[in-house]
Design a protein around this ligand. Sequence first.
Ligand code: 13P
Ligand code: SF4
Length: 335
Amino acid sequence: MEKGTQDELRRLTALGLHHRCAQGDLARVAALTLEINRRKKERGAVVCAHVYQAPDIILGIGDLVGDSYKLADDCRKTSAAEIIFCGVHFMAETAKILNPSKRVYVPSKNAGCSLSEGITAADVRRLKAEHPGLPVVTYINTSAEVKAESDCIVTSANASKILRRLYEKHKALIFVPDRFMGANLAKELGKTPGKDIFLWNATCVVHEKFDPALIEVYRKRYPGLVALAHAECPSELIKAVDFMGGTGDMMRYVESTNAAAYLLVTECGFGELAKLRFPEKNFIAMCRLCPYMKSITLDSVLALLKAPAAVEVTVPADIAARAKVAIDKMFELAA
Ligand code: 13P
Ligand code: SF4
């Protein structure tokens, strides 16, 4: 092994990367991260990595790491010439809308999202016609076209706060596209679906399938266990856990508490990262893989760096301008 690769391997190992959480042989991972980091630097690019990405991406090449809110905020502020988004397409589109002079890339053409694909701009226009005058609050997991039809964007990190603020001025609102998140928020805020919150019917293919009955099984097996679930899970499951939130909230909860064990009901990458960040804590990951997030690999990032034009993200200027108004509203109300 060359000296440069040996040094890179040592760097990755010191960060906590080991063969069980790397996608493939560690020496090969080190050779890839070394080349990616060199090419990235030459281009003046920054790599954004969502917490559902594999640890070799987060630790090996990630410059900006976090949930969808933090990454959107990081992207609007970055001075890097290019943004390589190791996350899903709607996140990269959001980055392009917020910082249009940057070139933005997603390493995989398969990095979609079932929520984003579950609603179109025409659907939102129909909802607005059915409920005239109601504000449209849209989860960030949507296309730029859907955002352009919306009044305010939210992420899992700020949805509850923003909805509370909007209800100070509005009796009712439209929330799209996640029906489970919408129902969970309605319950938390004491609102009734169909009366003061109108929902759409899209779901996350990862979070919709967790079995609520298993929470009790884990509680019996691990006394003192605290169960945390992402807000995209069905209400039946949320009823059975101790904490509901986005990935940023869940990570902060883990950091600030000291439970005997944590059951993490979300995508598997989150649990892998939590274990690396808090090796002294005990995690039980009741997890599922997101096929969209996991379509990104180090090999796909290297391929991007060799032929970026094929995976550049673009948003038509008129759509971007309208979508930005709704995203900026989120930053204003989340502050
Ligand atoms: P977070 O913003 O909570 O990271 O959620 C993104 C997502 O896609 C969850 O499935
Ligand atoms: Fe979309 Fe669900 Fe994957 Fe998140 S986990 S990107 S919501 S499909």
